[in-house]
Write a protein that binds this ligand. Structure first.
Ligand code: AMP
Length: 427
């Protein structure tokens, strides 16, 4: 899937007039100057000392164990969604419709069904939706159509994590295949020079993380004064990860009259404030996301005295049903250590956490997605927003810090109406 070198930024070049060289300034909406501002890429804010602190051991201890035990509901009881629209009857470019079909999408998901018509009418949208709902298509399809209809339009898409930005760019390139559209992927942890080059080619879509976007603005390589379309994806995660001030600064440089599509899994006071400050009479959509945890058989594994969590994990991984296992640990150091120990025991394992470079994380993720390794050991932050099909089991090697984290972790299994399994180790 990720056939290109993940070290480099991506500039999706397709057939069309912009293929070679730079565009005229009117066709290069992101270029020119912007005052420098200093900031840092937030990344994983939890700093691990490598040892489990008293506070760490205490985190999650307050969650009653009974909350980790639940039987999955029978799939028949899950309501079937009937969309109001079809992709064929959306008023969008025929070439885009063809690409949607090529991607294998036959009907719109609930968020797409609700958001696409609104966005096509130029409305600001607040979508309450999580990864896995098809929200990327919900904002990309109307915005691609908009740019195809008017090539002076440009779009900025902000996402909290590098991985999510990569996923959005992948999705973009599917929808934009063969069309005269380009994207630039601008994310931290990857070479900034190749990103600068891709910006100089005049992409209509810039997809990135707030820290790197600010860097590029500070270097006068990204200018947003004429960019009148913006997507904020996973706004609540941006807040969690300390990006919100950067996001506000970025939005403040964009035209006041702009089209804003805003997605968040949760709404809180600060998110509401952001919506109030930066959106214009937004239409709110709350897709009844299927409660993924209902699809998941959940149970605890009590660690017997004289045995370690590693003993239990190794035993489980030898079971043939544990085909694609996502193991959650609390700290970066703990995750790295566990993956090394499992490797030494003979399991095929990869790990993702904040101490790995972007390309290492992408590689690990891809090997796991492609089922080339059985196990992926991850921290909460690194695994955020990832869409990995057919995870057979989620194992909470360390108890999650909060119940929200727990629900997020187990939501990685039991996707697409399948039944998942989650086990939580209790010492
Ligand atoms: P997202 O929530 O945007 O991360 O999408 C979750 C997954 O659903 C991705 O693997 C998409 O490729 C897939 N997807 C998005 N829209 C559709 C659709 N209309 N039909 C089938 N799959 C879709």
């Amino acid at each position: 899937m990720y056939s290109r070198n993940p070290h480099t930024s991506r500039s999706s070049s397709h057939s069309g007039p912009s293929r070679s060289g730079q565009r005229s300034s009117s066709r290069r909406p992101f270029r020119s100057s912007y005052g420098r501002s200093s900031h840092g890429y937030g990344g994983n804010r939890r700093v691990s000392s490598g040892r489990t602190s008293q506070a760490d051991r205490g985190r999650g201890a307050h969650i009653p164990h009974s909350k980790f035990i639940s039987k999955a509901v029978e799939p028949e009881s899950v309501e079937v969604f009937v969309p109001k629209h079809t992709f064929a009857n959306f008023a969008i470019d025929e070439r885009l419709k063809k690409n949607i079909v090529k991607k294998g999408y036959t009907t719109p998901t609930p968020i797409q069904d609700a958001a696409i018509p609104l966005a096509l009418h130029g409305r600001d949208v607040v979508g309450l939706a999580e990864t896995g709902t098809g929200k990327t298509g919900a904002f990309l399809i109307p915005l691609i159509d908009k740019v195809l209809k008017n090539d002076s339009e440009s779009v900025l898409i902000m996402a909290p994590t590098r991985e999510l930005a990569v996923q959005i760019d992948e999705e973009f390139r599917g929808f934009a295949s063969g069309l005269p559209l380009r994207s630039a992927l601008v994310i931290g942890g990857a070479n900034i020079n190749s990103q600068i080059r891709s910006l100089r080619y005049g992409p209509q879509f810039v997809i990135g993380t707030p820290g790197r976007i600010m860097d590029l603005m500070g270097q006068n390589e990204l200018r947003l004064a004429k960019c009148a379309n913006v997507v904020l994806d996973e706004a609540d995660r941006m807040l969690d990860m300390g990006f919100i001030e950067s996001v506000k600064k970025i939005l403040a440089t964009m035209p006041a009259k702009r089209h804003t599509l805003f997605f968040s899994a949760t709404l809180g006071r600060e998110i509401e404030q952001l919506i109030g400050d930066f959106l214009t009479e937004p239409e709110r959509i709350s897709v009844k996301t299927q409660d993924t945890s209902k699809n998941v058989d959940q149970d605890i594994v009590r660690i017997q005295s004289g045995r370690t969590k590693l003993d239990h994990l190794s035993e489980l991984l030898k079971d043939n049903n544990f085909t694609k296992v996502l193991v959650f640990g609390r700290t970066k150091h703990g995750v790295e250590k566990l993956s090394k120990l499992l490797k030494q025991t003979g399991f095929s394992v990869e790990s993702i956490h904040g101490n790995k470079s972007h390309s290492q994380r992408q590689r690990a993720l891809q090997l796991f997605k492609d089922e080339k390794v059985q196990v992926l050991v991850a921290t909460d932050v690194a695994a955020r927003g990832l869409d990995i099909p057919k995870v057979s089991h989620v194992i909470n090697f360390d108890v999650p810090g909060t119940y929200d984290d727990y629900v997020h972790r187990i939501g990685r299994t039991g996707r697409a109406g399948e039944r998942g399994k989650a086990l939580t180790f209790i010492e």
